[in-house]
Design a protein around this ligand. Structure first.
Ligand code: ZN
Length: 283
């Protein structure tokens, strides 16, 4: 019975993840054009044919339709498919990682998710939902910044609402950690922006302030450096392949969002691993 419940929970989590990220992707596409989202979620972007329900199932529809619209033959962007899979995996990661809030060893590190299935606990569900909604918004910022090189203030404001809930429900981080988190990355970023105009965007700074308020100073610092490292490597690759000039800019938000997600899931483990590695190297 428990095995059955467990499998059901995993399937449900996967479905919630893929559907949510699929919807986020639609918002990201439509956002710059400000189209109506719900009505047009279920039409083909190319020929605008109304899709049947089974043609809108995340991941599966793409596979069954072999990546093409059945009516006009137009290719469905691979990005939709990849984003949906990442959504499913993200939801599963959140579920396994934060399923049980009883044992806290660092900023919200928890164990066995089976507990939330067996003893249904609304509080734990609230923690899972908070983290997952946070990740959905990061996905939205990722996609919109990638497309438009802009992080709309509206998304930062939504993150601030999440922060209010996070202050109340996330275990293992106290209010001081949250408040330091809001300024420990954003303020240095602001100073660097004054010193080197164009180093960061104002959106990156506001994003980092809101994210820091949600996950606290430890994780936001770790996430920022993951993002900086990834963005730096990407920038060097672009320079070497001469796709961009030194003066050109690329959106840094997607790297920040990725860094913040990774840090939220396994930031403390990464620090532990780094410390152990450093200890080995220094004997
Ligand atoms: Zn079509």
């Amino acid at each position: 019975m428990i095995v059955f419940l467990y499998i059901l929970a995993i399937l449900l989590t996967w479905m919630i993840g893929t559907v949510s990220f699929s919807f986020v992707n639609v918002i990201a596409y439509r956002y710059p054009k400000e189209k109506k989202i719900l009505k047009e979620h279920f039409t083909c972007d190319s020929c605008e044919t109304q899709l049947k329900p089974y043609e809108t199932i995340p991941v599966l529809s793409y596979i069954f339709l072999r990546g093409k619209c059945r009516y006009c033959g137009e290719k469905i962007p691979k990005r939709d498919f990849i984003n949906e899979i990442i959504g499913g995996l993200t939801a599963l990661l959140v579920f396994f990682r934060f399923g049980d809030a009883d044992e806290i060893t660092g900023p919200f590190v928890m164990s066995s998710p089976l507990d939330i299935v067996v003893h249904f606990d609304i509080w734990k569900l609230l923690i899972l939902l908070t983290i997952f909604v946070f990740f959905c918004i990061l996905d939205l910022v990722f996609l919109v910044d990638f497309d438009t090189m802009e992080i709309p203030n509206r998304f930062v404001i939504v993150l601030l609402y999440v922060a209010v809930v996070a202050l109340l429900v996330l275990p293992g981080i106290n209010i001081i950690d949250h408040l330091i988190g809001a300024v420990c990355i954003s303020v240095p970023m602001l100073l660097i922006m004054f010193a080197i105009p164009g180093a960061f965007g104002g959106g990156d700074m506001k994003l980092s302030a809101a994210v820091g308020l949600i996950i606290g100073w430890q994780l936001v610092i770790i996430g920022f450096f993951i993002g900086l490292l990834a963005g730096g490597i990407y920038g060097i690759v672009l320079l070497i392949s001469k796709k961009k000039d030194r003066k050109d800019h690329f959106a840094f938000g997607p790297f920040l969002c990725t860094g913040y997600m990774i840090a939220t899931i396994c930031g403390m483990e990464l620090i532990d691993a780094y410390m152990k590695l450093a200890a080995i190297i220094h004997g």
